[in-house]
Design a protein around this ligand. Structure first.
Ligand SMILES: Nc1ncnc2c1ncn2[C@@H]1O[C@H](COP(=O)(O)OP(=O)(O)OP(=O)(O)O)[C@@H](O)[C@H]1O
Length: 333
């Protein structure tokens, strides 16, 4: 028997580790675009899952944005069935009419379709093909737009979306490895034209920024950016945990005036924790995460630490918060 090509072994080992770490038994679904990353992921899952006693299916989303996309999606689903993934289905989505730019609208539609498919199929997880290179791009983009630690923590290996577990088994696998794995297995991945379209910031980072950084600073840059994400993810999780406890402790007792947060309790918190508490509370009050900026949180913070009798702070969603009798409270008057 020919020895297994190292990139094939690396992808399978990563998938085996991710599946073994799932806390519940049950089927998984691979989200496959037909690109090299998710094709390598799908092949590895088809190989590994049955050996771990799990069934695995495939979902490919047809965004309907390019001519021939439906045929391509059908071909990916057919490949999945032949590879032993069941069920393997192509799901068409409507991207038009969703909020945000075209990229955000497509992503929204895709994730909605993936989580719906997982629920329909009773899958315990959806596997995504993001690689170490995608993670490095994400961190660099976050750094460039001045994101806080949460943005710099990059994409988490596991997260829940609408009650569905999304898992990224390949975050430590390189794009070169997924390409080589496909080549070694005789698979022909589809090249998404968006990945090389210079009108997308990510494509420019991929084609220009990261190669320039690697040329200037050495090839370890990619691993190092991905490691930064891992380190910050751990710190962010700890701070989030502290903030959740601080938020609970800062709530003013029910029945004792309008529900709010105690200014004295907030004032005693470290800045990083207070910022998170205020951010989480704004979300609770109904402010949309995407519209909530550092500026809003800073203005709320000023009600605690820079009090000079100022009026209410305006938050996205026509929400206003005032300081009244030693507490922050949402107001309507
Ligand atoms: N049309 C799609 N249908 C199903 N899953 C998708 C689709 N597009 C992307 N995904 C999932 O999201 C992951 C990330 O996709 P994205 O387009 O951001 O990166 P990529 O590097 O181009 O990935 P790939 O090479 O697998 O297409 C993919 O690996 C795949 O798991």
């Amino acid at each position: 028997m020919a020895p297994l090509a190292p990139p094939v072994a690396a992808v399978r080992a990563a998938v085996r580790a991710a599946l073994a770490a799932l806390p519940e038994p049950g089927p998984v679904l691979v989200a496959c675009s037909g690109g090299a990353d998710s094709l390598a992921l799908a092949e590895a899952t088809a190989f590994v899952a049955p050996r771990l006693g799990r069934s695995a299916g495939l979902v490919t989303v047809d965004h309907g944005l390019q001519p021939g996309s439906a045929e391509r999606a059908d071909a990916v689903a057919r490949w999945g069935r032949n590879a032993g993934l069941a069920p393997a289905e192509a799901v068409p989505v409507r991207v038009a009419g969703r909020p945000g730019g075209p990229e955000a609208a497509a992503r929204d539609a895709r994730y909605a379709a993936l989580t719906a498919a997982a629920r329909r199929r009773g899958a315990v997880a959806v596997l995504l093909g993001h690689t170490r290179d995608d993670q490095a791009e994400t961190v660099l983009l976050a750094l460039a737009r001045g994101a806080g630690p949460r943005g710099l923590a990059g994409m988490p290996p596991v997260r829940r979306l609408d009650g569905v577990r999304l898992v990224r088994p390949l975050l430590a696998v390189t794009r070169e490895q997924t390409r080589k794995a496909c080549a070694a297995l005789g698979l022909s991945p589809w090249e998404d034209p968006h990945n090389t379209d210079p009108s997308y910031a990510r494509a420019r980072v991929r084609a220009e920024a990261l190669p320039a950084l690697t040329a200037a600073l050495g090839p370890a840059v990619l691993d190092n950016l991905a490691r930064t994400a891992e380190l910050l993810a751990a710190d962010t999780a700890t701070l989030d945990e502290l903030a959740a406890r601080a938020l609970a402790a800062a709530r003013t007792p029910p029945g004792d005036g309008p529900a709010g947060l105690s200014v004295a309790a907030l004032a005693g918190l470290p800045v990083a924790v207070r910022g998170r508490v205020l951010h989480a509370w704004c979300r609770e009050l109904g402010a949309a995460g995407a519209a909530l900026s550092h500026r809003h949180v800073r203005a709320l913070d000023a009600l605690v630490t820079g009090w000079r009798g100022q009026g209410p702070t305006h938050l996205p969603g026509a929400i206003r918060v005032a300081r009244r009798a030693g507490r922050l409270v949402p107001v309507t008057d």
